[in-house]
Design a protein around this ligand. Structure first.
Ligand SMILES: Cc1ncc(COP(=O)(O)O)c(C=O)c1O
Length: 425
């Protein structure tokens, strides 16, 4: 019998890794309190739980004026609109990200301009971003991917030089710090997702950190059907005029759950970070594995997903085989997003969406050259789930044992590769 679970052998880890999200009586009590209060929804905005969440989240990230809202996609659309960016403006986004980073500009009427990544961090390459700047460029959306951060010094320098708005996509970066400053507080905006897989979650939700109270007031107005909002996001002092907006408010029930998440977050983040350090050490001894660069300016790492790279020639197999086999060994992982130009979800030019139809020259995906993103997405990247880092040293040891077992049986796995790809496509 094969030693490999994917070929019928025994699993390396038989006990499941801890579930996510976690909950206890505090969550039940918090939701019960809101239900009994009768104030369930987000109107009038902000409700008491939402206002408390705004304060506590800004404290947790270390700055900004927080506007909680429906998810971590509209946060970016709203940021662009609050900054006055819209029809025909260009917004630079990295090629390696979830499709929301590029669909949000389109929802605001702007054109996503896709640029390559830095192979050392898998985050937006500031040099590629600079080459893409034109007189129409109005914003950059760097994504802090997995557990890494984009080079915020270089990006803010570009922003100053070319007068651009920076929206940090922090969907993966709750609690992360760059030079001691919280992710999302360095650019003009920080966009956070509280969707159920995220390290701070309320099922569905998002928070936009804004650099100034004026931007926060505009954002609060846009998500509250255009109602005027006071500077700082307060609801009483209607000092502005009505504008066109939508309903992207967060419900009070969701805000109450997020508040418990904020309480729990520091201990969880600490545990993940310690175990990730341990994982770094163990992985660095495996030949063919390349750890992504740990920039000394990235002073606190946060772990939505732990991403490492393999060199397929040296490692002896492609990343899809490793990730597939690891899942069968009981270690949850995947090969990550596709490069934006190949992303099956992201084919707006095939739709009737206004932006790709009006500006088709920006959506010629087949002719885009994004070699670093393509190499990461097609050959190198392995994304380990965060729950591996909440299972103690034993959790990391099991993942490492599984990788070593797969390596030891590489010949057998490669021989079966074609059949396996066909079977599990
Ligand atoms: C990098 C990135 N940006 C944005 C989003 C969008 O967040 P949401 O699902 O809350 O809209 C996600 C994940 O869902 C993401 O991973």
């Amino acid at each position: 019998m094969s030693e490999l679970a994917i070929l019928g052998g025994p699993k390396t880890r038989t006990e499941p890794y801890p579930q996510w999200p976690v909950w206890d009586q505090r969550d039940i009590d918090a939701v019960t309190e809101v239900i009994k209060s009768g104030r369930w929804g987000g109107y009038p905005y902000p409700g008491p739980k939402t206002a408390e969440l705004a304060t506590k989240f800004a404290e947790m990230q270390g700055g900004g004026y927080a506007v909680p809202m429906a998810n971590g996609t509209v946060t970016m659309e709203v940021a662009l609109r609050a900054a006055g960016i819209g029809w025909g403006d260009e917004v630079i986004v990295p090629a390696y990200t979830f499709q929301a980073t590029a669909s949000a500009p389109m929802a605001a009427g702007a054109i996503p301009v896709i640029v390559d990544i830095d192979p050392n961090t898998y985050c937006l390459d500031p040099q590629a971003a600079e080459k893409a700047i034109t007189s129409k460029t109005k914003a950059i959306i760097p994504v802090h991917l997995g557990s890494n951060m984009a080079d915020m010094d270089a990006i803010m320098e570009l922003a100053e030089r070319y007068n651009l708005i920076v929206i940090e996509d922090c969907a993966h970066a709750h609690g992360a710090k760059w030079n001691g400053r919280g992710a999302g507080t360095i650019g003009h905006f920080g966009s956070f997702s509280l969707q159920s897989s995220k390290t701070l979650t309320t099922g569905e939700g998002g928070i936009l950190l804004c650099r100034t109270p004026e931007l926060a007031a505009r954002a609060a107005s846009i998500i509250d059907c255009g109602r005027p909002h006071a500077l700082g996001g307060g609801a009483e002092d209607y000092t502005q005029e009505f504008q066109v907006g939508g309903n992207f408010r967060l419900s009070e029930i969701a805000a109450a759950l997020a508040l418990i998440g904020v309480e729990r977050f520091p201990a969880q983040a600490k545990e993940r970070e310690a175990m990730a350090d341990y994982m770094d050490e163990a992985l660095s001894e495996i030949s063919g594995v390349r750890l992504l660069r740990r920039d000394p300016r990235h002073t606190t790492r946060s772990f939505y997903r732990y991403i490492f790279a393999i060199n397929p020639q040296e490692f002896g197999m492609e990343h899809d085989l490793l990730a597939g086999a690891l899942n069968f060994e009981g270690v949850e992982c995947w090969t990550g997003y596709e490069a934006m130009n190949n992303y099956t979800l992201f084919q707006p030019q095939k739709s009737k969406l206004a932006v790709p139809n009006a500006f088709p020259e920006y959506f010629d995906f087949e002719n885009m050259e994004l070699p670093e993103a393509e190499r990461a997405c097609e050959h190198e990247a392995v994304w380990l789930d965060e729950n591996i880092f909440r299972a103690g040293q034993n959790g990391v040891d099991d993942a490492i044992r599984a990788i070593k077992k797969i390596l030891k049986n590489a010949v057998e796995l490669n021989d079966a590769a074609e059949e396996l790809r066909e079977k599990y496509r």
